[in-house]
Design a protein around this ligand. Structure first.
Ligand code: HEC
Ligand code: HEC
Length: 243
C-alpha cells in the first residue's frame, strides 16, 4: 500500500464498526475536550468551534475532517495530531455520532398559527424568515440543525444548554449602571456584548466595577400553560417553512 493512501481516502474504514465512535469518544475527552468541550459543543473563550455542527458545512467529508485533525489549522491553536491513522478515524466516527441532526420532515403543525405565535412570543429576540430581533440566534434554518425534541427542550428549559456566544453576563459600570447581555467576544482586556436592547457594545475590562457571569439564559422558559406542545409544533412548522 502506497504511503499517504489512507489520507487521500474519503471514506472512513471504520464506518461500520460500532465500537469506533465509543473508542473515539474516549480519545476525544482525553485530547480534544479541553478546547472543544466534553460534549464537542465548543468553548467560547478560546473560540474552539462547536463540532456537532460540522456536518452543516458545505462540501464536508470524512476525509476532510481526518485531514483537519491530522494537520491542525495553521494560524490557529488547533494543533496537528500524529496519532496512527486508525485512531484518527475513530475520532471522525465519534464526531459523526455527535452530529446535530435536524429533520427534513415538516413537523406537521400549522405554520400560519405558528407565525402568529412566533411573532408574539419569540420575534423580539429571534430572527426567522424576514422578521425578528437578534438577541438570540437566528432560527431560520434551525430545524435543519436540531431535532424536534431538542427544539422543544430549548423552549421548555433554555438554561439546560446555552449556545456558544450566547452566555449571559451582567456588567457593572462605574456609577453602578448595569448592562446585561450575551458575550460575543472576550479577551483578557476587553469584552463585547449584545445588550438586551440588542446593541453590540464593547468595554475595556479595567473600566468595569464588576463582571458577573450569569448561569441562566436570557431566554425565558415557556411552561405548558404559556405554550402548549401543539403551539410549539406550530412554531416549528413556521420555522421549518423558512428553510
Ligand atoms: C488547543 C486547543 C485545541 C485542541 C487541543 C483541539 N482543537 Fe480542534 N480546533 C481548535 C480551534 C481553535 C479550532 C478552530 C480553528 C480555526 O478555524 O480557526 C479547531 C478546529 C477543529 C476542527 C475544524 C472545525 C471546523 O469548523 O472546520 C476540527 C474537526 C477539530 N478542531 C477537531 C479536533 C479534534 C478531534 C481534536 C482532538 C484530537 C482537537 N480538535 C483538538 C482548538 C483545538
Ligand atoms: C428575551 C429573549 C428571547 C425570547 C423571547 C425567546 N428566546 Fe429563544 N433564545 C434566546 C437566547 C439569548 C438564546 C441563546 C441562549 C440559549 O441557548 O438559551 C435562545 C435560544 C433559543 C434556541 C436554541 C437555539 C439553538 O441554537 O439550539 C431555540 C430553539 C429558541 N431559543 C427558541 C425560541 C422560541 C421558539 C421562542 C418563542 C416561543 C423563544 N426562543 C423566545 C432569547 C430569547
Amino acid at each position: 500500500m502506497g504511503t499517504g493512501s489512507v489520507l487521500a481516502q474519503q471514506v472512513n474504514p471504520l464506518e461500520f464498526d460500532p465500537r469506533a465512535a465509543r473508542t473515539g469518544g474516549v480519545l476525544f475527552r482525553a485530547q480534544c475536550a479541553t478546547c472543544h468541550g466534553a460534549d464537542g459543543q465548543g468553548i467560547d473563550a478560546i473560540e474552539a468551534p462547536d463540532l456537532t455542527l460540522l456536518a452543516m458545512q458545505d462540501g464536508i467529508t470524512d476525509g476532510r475532517v481526518f485531514q483537519t485533525i491530522r494537520e491542525g489549522v495553521p494560524g490557529s491553536i488547533m494543533p496537528p495530531h500524529d496519532f496512527p491513522d486508525l485512531q484518527i478515524w475513530t475520532l471522525v466516527a465519534y464526531l459523526k455520532s455527535i452530529a446535530a441532526v435536524g429533520s427534513a420532515e415538516p413537523p406537521g403543525g400549522n405554520a400560519q398559527l405558528g407565525r402568529e405565535l412566533f411573532l408574539t412570543n419569540c420575534a423580539s429576540c429571534h430572527y426567522a424568515g424576514d422578521i425578528g430581533g437578534r438577541l438570540g440566534p437566528d432560527l431560520s434554518n434551525i430545524s435543519a440543525r436540531r431535532s424536534q425534541q431538542a427544539l422543544i427542550n430549548s423552549v421548555r428549559d433554555p438554561n439546560a444548554t446555552i449556545g456558544q456566544r450566547y452566555h449571559t453576563v451582567t456588567l457593572v459600570l462605574r456609577g453602578n449602571q448595569r448592562i446585561q447581555g450575551t458575550i460575543k467576544n472576550e479577551d483578557a482586556f476587553s469584552i463585547q456584548v449584545m445588550d438586551t436592547g440588542q446593541q453590540l457594545r464593547g468595554f475595556v475590562k479595567a473600566e468595569l466595577t464588576e463582571l458577573i457571569r450569569e448561569p441562566d439564559s436570557l431566554m425565558p422558559s415557556f411552561s405548558r400553560s404559556a405554550l402548549s406542545d401543539e403551539d410549539i409544533v406550530d412554531i416549528l412548522s413556521f420555522l421549518h417553512a423558512q428553510l
